[in-house]
Design a protein around this ligand. Structure first.
Ligand SMILES: Nc1ncnc2c1ncn2[C@@H]1O[C@H](COP(=O)(O)OP(=O)(O)OP(=O)(O)O)[C@@H](O)[C@H]1O
Ligand SMILES: [Mg+2]
Length: 286
């Protein structure tokens, strides 16, 4: 059943002429992993702001159309309540930290405190999550003196500590090095295993291919495509719209142009290797 439902939603930021999102209709279900891709300035972050209720509650501007979360009108929703169910990881790790707490421990505990969780339980929970995300050694550090990768892990910890069901994650690794990126993807992998609902904006489309159930493609504020990940990610037409496709999809096209035909289009590198190893490639002479 649809948990989040948008019907012909158009949103324009204050003082802007052109809408950042145009006529978006879609629904999102609980327990699924959604990959969000598309060219720069396509509207991906704006879409996340909307899911998280920051539009219209934090950003003003003009919102037209209908949107509900769990049947509740987004305009009437209490964003504080929403924030306990739906965690948000921002694109820029440096906007992530509240800045009001002296230690990482207190930073992670902030959400639990707001929920009124008793102190003993809170301490237990923070330590448990810190262990899970391998950030125990950071707990007494100043949150304002962390690296980008550490900040992102602390941000995940805060949300996981609150037992959020839904994670809206906006390009969490765009400013991280490969090691920092891998550690974040370990966390995302873990959340997927736990069956959490995940909406992940990510340019690294090979990662989306590995994890996503469905993919949404934004272009110039419009939802160009939404569907099953395999179908969307193997659509070569997307290349003409400034969207990257997985390496395996590009390789399959090259092989096919050279007379080597795989029985299906692989979307991950593992799948591609598997098809080739099993000798499932056919050969066409041209
Ligand atoms: N706070 C804001 N005020 C005014 N316009 C904005 C604001 N944030 C984004 N925009 C505009 O809205 C459009 C969509 O931007 P958005 O940030 O949602 O795109 P994006 O797909 O996340 O891009 P990127 O891949 O660069 O992160 C752009 O034209 C952008 O300039
Ligand atoms: Mg963005």
């Amino acid at each position: 059943m649809a948990y989040i439902e948008l019907k012909e939603v158009t949103y324009t930021y204050p003082l802007m002429k052109e809408p950042a999102l145009k006529n978006i209709s879609c629904s999102l279900e609980l327990g699924k992993f959604y990959g969000v891709i598309g060219e720069n300035a396509g509207g991906k972050t704006t879409f996340c702001n909307l899911l998280r209720g920051l539009i219209p509650h934090f950003y003003n501007g003009k919102l037209v159309g209908d949107m509900t979360i769990n049947g509740e009108d987004i305009r009437k929703i209490d964003v504080d309540v929403l924030s306990t169910k739906m965690g948000y990881i921002f694109q820029n790790p440096f906007t992530q930290i509240s800045g009001v707490r002296k230690t990482v421990f207190e930073e992670i505990a902030l959400g639990l405190e707001n929920l009124g969780v008793p102190k003993a339980r809170m301490i237990e929970k923070v330590i448990e999550v810190a262990k899970l995300l391998k950030i125990e050694e950071l707990l007494q550090n100043d949150p304002n003196r962390l690296s980008g990768g550490q900040r992102q892990r602390v941000a995940f910890a805060s949300i996981i500590a609150m037992d959020s069901d839904i994670f809206v994650i906006d390009e969490p690794t765009s400013q991280l090095d490969p090691e920092g990126t891998e550690r974040i993807f370990e966390i995302i992998h873990m959340l997927k295993e736990q069956g959490k609902t995940i909406i992940l904006v990510e340019h690294k489309v090979d990662l989306i291919a590995e994890y996503a159930d469905e993919v949404l493609v934004f272009q110039k504020g419009e939802l160009l495509k939404k569907g099953d990940a395999r179908t969307v990610l193997s659509d070569l037409e997307l290349l003409e719209h400034g969207t990257m496709l997985p390496q395996a999809v590009i390789l399959e096209r090259e092989l096919r142009l050279n007379g080597i035909v795989l029985p299906r289009v692989p979307v991950t590198t593992e799948e591609c290797i598997d098809l080739l190893q099993k000798g499932e490639a056919g050969y066409e002479s041209n």
